[in-house]
Design a protein around this ligand. Sequence first.
Ligand SMILES: Cc1cc2nc3c(=O)[nH]c(=O)nc-3n(C[C@H](O)[C@H](O)[C@H](O)COP(=O)(O)OP(=O)(O)OC[C@H]3O[C@@H](n4cnc5c(N)ncnc54)[C@H](O)[C@@H]3O)c2cc1C
Length: 473
Amino acid sequence: MPAPVDAAVARSLAGAVPRSFWLDQPAAPEPLPALAGDVTADLAVIGGGFTGLWTALLARERYPELEVVLVEAKTVGWAASGRNGGFCSASLTHGIGNGLERFPGEMPLLEKLGEQNLREIGETVARYGIDCDFQPTGELAFATADWQLDGLDEEAVAARRLGHDVEVLDAPAARAELGSPLWAGGLKYTTGNALVEPGRLAWGLRRAGLDAGVRIYENTQATSLSAAPGGAGMRVRTPYGSVRAAKVVLAAGVPGGSLLRRIGAYVVPVWDYVLMTEPLSATQLDSLGWRDRRGASDLGNQFHYFRLTRDNRVLWGGYDAVYYNGGRIREEHAVRPATFMKLAAQFFAAFPQLEGVSFTHAWGGVIDTCSRFCAFFGTAHAGRVAYAAGYTGLGVGASRFAAQVLLDKTQGEDSERGRLTLVNSKPLPFPPEPLRSGVIQATRASIARADRNQGRRDRWLRTLDRLGLGYDS
Ligand SMILES: Cc1cc2nc3c(=O)[nH]c(=O)nc-3n(C[C@H](O)[C@H](O)[C@H](O)COP(=O)(O)OP(=O)(O)OC[C@H]3O[C@@H](n4cnc5c(N)ncnc54)[C@H](O)[C@@H]3O)c2cc1C
């Protein structure tokens, strides 16, 4: 029997529109015309999320002589890039712990390159005057159960060694950062993370790209990718035309697998869900005592992330990380009332002082999840195509680093980053369907059980740990 509906929680969601708050803005630009006819370029970029937008803009900055065309199936920033939490992390490895496990010898360099990347994102935003509320706040991580306190000291020591400014918080100190009865302690980083408004960042990069001479076509889906007749370069077909280009960057996330099958072995579409409250009153904001407006998350295996917006709303997302069996991406999955109810109930448990607050937006988006949790790279068609995918929920900042790698690869540049194991290795692939669905659903169930069971990992999770395989959002 389904659980009875909590009327107060349901009421808080009654007015929520099923759209990303970040894209539901008067500043949204008019769509650019679709590609009609055949065009040529030196570089064609497929996909207008952060990976594609950064690639196109950096291509014009690094190689002003290149003609660059970008095709986007819908509108720029429409997918994950306009639906995320807006945590712009310096980490290229989905966090320090994951990085130390998988690339221990490279972490000092990876962290240095990640910090440089984050700094340069801030500089780019300032240089082009992109109004996206870029705030280098650092971040907070809160333990909600005693088992989550284990390892915080070790993480702080490792992070300090890598140059971070981090403090371990006991329960009162954690609650002094942000008032919640749930916090048992936590970590406070003042480095390594900025908050942005992702929709406006995407639109700003689109504007900067256009001003720099990138030709952008929206509502233009690449329907095939093949060697151009005569062997010179590649041809990208679109519904009403084509792009012939010497080089192609495929920056399409999980759907990139339909143009280049090998990508599909490594990424699965995991749906992640987000709520946005109405703007808080001054009294409600005071009741939170949200010191320094730092972005935050909690430390369960199934975790929430939360932050303030410039007009004092609270974004609250995460936790469920849903894989729909078969892995087909359907836009109807962007609305999931059961998850919205769960998230809302968890929000009021974390912040009971906000009882009566309503949510104005509730949405979902696809995370390109791979088994090592951080982006992988590759080339195809004798080096004429380069691709990146697999950010696993931490691509807002890392996508710019990926763009630099993709340009190195397509333009034949030797670089420090191009020699990284992170860049030259792949995650373990997921098994094909229907085994894939079975493995993922078993893993999700085990992760939820671990959270209910003081973090104890069952035999299944321990086996996956030993194999270096993971599932996350
Ligand atoms: C709910 C949610 C919360 C998240 N929170 C965070 C966060 O706080 N911090 C963080 O770092 N990351 C977060 N992420 C992840 C982050 O949003 C992504 O890693 C990042 O946006 C990936 O950018 P991308 O350009 O690679 O992919 P996308 O943004 O998915 O862009 C790919 C684009 O390619 C286009 N495309 C696909 N196929 C074709 C085709 N055939 N032809 C033309 N165009 C095509 C799509 O329409 C899309 O616009 C979150 C993601 C979600 C869904």
